[in-house]
Every structure is written in C-alpha cells, then in structure tokens.
Write a protein that binds this ligand. Structure first.
Ligand SMILES: Nc1cc(-c2ccc3cc[nH]c3c2)n[nH]1
Length: 239
C-alpha cells in the first residue's frame, strides 16, 4: 500500500516511522509519502488560508494549493486513482470495519486540514471518504490520519507478527476484548483467574467469550445489538 499525506505540519507524521507502521515501511508493505501543502503555494508568504465567506471565526484553507497538490500526487501514478481520505469531525465514524475496507485499497491519500477546515469545493471535487475518529474536535487532521493509518497498517499482510492476529482484535467479532493477564500469578493479592491457568483451551475460549459479552453489555450495549450471538452467548447474557 502507498499512502500519501498532505499537511502543513509534515513533522506531525514522524511517528509513522516508529514501531509497527515503521516496520511495515521497512518491509515495503507500506510506503508513506508526506507532502508539505505549502510546496503548492505561489505567493511569497506561502499562504494556504483566507477568511471565511459569510464571516465567523478563524480561517478556511484555500482551494488552489489543495487542488494543485492532489492533482500532482494523483498524476504521479496515472495508471491508478488513489482513494482520497479527509479526516473531519463531520465525517463517517471510523470503525474496525472501515479500517478493513481501507486496508484493501492499494493507494490512499490523506488530506490533513487545519484552521476551520478545507474549502468545501475541494472536498466535493476530491474526497472519496470523509472520516471522523470521534465526537470531539482536534486542531487538525494529522492526529486523525495517524490513528487511521495505524489501524489500517496493522491489517496489512505480515505486519502483525505470528503471535498476534487481527482476527483476535476487539471488534473483529463485534464485541469488546476480554481482559488479559500475564505473570505474576498473584499481584497485589489479586490472582489470575484459574481457568486461564488450567490448560483447558476450550474452557479458556468459553471464559473469554463470556467476559467479552459481559463487558460489551456493560460498556457498549450498542455493539451487542449488532453482534451475531449464539445460543450459548444468549445463555451467558441471561444468566
Ligand atoms: N474526529 C475529528 C476530526 C477532527 C478534525 C479534522 C480535521 C480538522 C481541521 C481543523 N480541525 C480539524 C479537526 N476533529 N475530530
């Protein structure tokens, strides 16, 4: 996968060189290209914003630099058309399903807005996806892009080691993950649940499923309504 990120703060994307996403780049599974939007300005002040029509606080990002940037990036591989993603509070709520969908794409381009956002005509012309990572307001799209790219990168082939698997993720089966434990067996007087030390893999699986169900009912009843529950699941919830 190729991922281009357009931003006025390229340094914000440096964390993509670290850890899991960094290793995916070293392996060639993911290629991240970061671009400074100001490279597509033409005035001495490298202006990317202007006052909003209709008044109101703050500034809006001008369309010309964005159109020039996206045109040049899209033209860099004429045989393909990238899926253009714009993080915004007004977007479709991001989810694991959405991450799985984006992980199938060969080429993503992220447009990181700042100020009060990007001129609506750029979004109309170029955006394939407007994505919200939550109902709170950030100062720009860079952090949202880091979130989305990490969630997508870990789903790419070979990125998660053999010991981990996206199939075991929270939300992969529609429920929250069960609690996890490691050594020591007793810590601050609290013992690891005996079933997890039993060596009975079927019993461990049943326990984890029951824990995931109870945790999801308690914290995210909205997910329970969407999940595919077995008769055994319903027995757990009715207990
Ligand atoms: N889910 C979410 C996205 C954002 C976001 C995205 C882009 C910009 C540009 C200026 N402010 C922004 C905020 N906040 N919260």
């Amino acid at each position: 996968m190729r991922a281009d990120v357009v931003t006025i703060f390229p340094a914000y994307l440096e964390p993509l060189r670290l850890s899991l996403v960094g290793r995916a780049q070293e392996r060639g599974t993911l290629e991240v290209r970061t671009h400074d939007l100001r490279a597509w300005t033409s005035d001495v002040h490298r202006t990317v914003d202007d006052a909003p029509y209709g008044g109101g606080p703050g500034m809006v990002m001008r369309p010309e630099p964005w159109d020039a940037a996206l045109s040049e990036i899209a033209a860099s591989d004429p045989a393909r058309r990238p899926r253009v993603v714009v993080p915004t509070p007004a977007g479709r709520p991001f989810s694991q399903r959405h991450a799985e969908e984006l992980a199938q794409e060969p080429w993503l381009v992220f447009c990181c807005g700042r100020y009060e956002g990007i001129d609506a005509r750029v979004i109309e012309t170029w955006a394939d996806d407007e994505i919200s990572i939550g109902d709170y307001v950030l100062a720009g799209g860079e952090v949202a892009t880091l979130v989305i790219l990490e969630a997508v990168a870990r789903l790419l082939p070979g990125v998660l080691g053999n010991s981990a698997s996206a199939a075991d993720d929270s939300f992969s089966d529609g429920l929250l993950e069960a609690p996890a434990y490691t050594r020591p067996q007793v810590w601050r007087g609290v013992e690891v649940p005996a079933v997890l030390r039993s060596g009975d893999h079927a019993a461990v699986a049943r326990w984890r499923r029951a824990q995931a169900l109870r945790r999801t009912v308690a914290r995210r009843p909205d997910l329970v309504a969407q999940a595919e529950l077995s008769d055994a699941d319903r027995a757990v919830l009715d207990a």
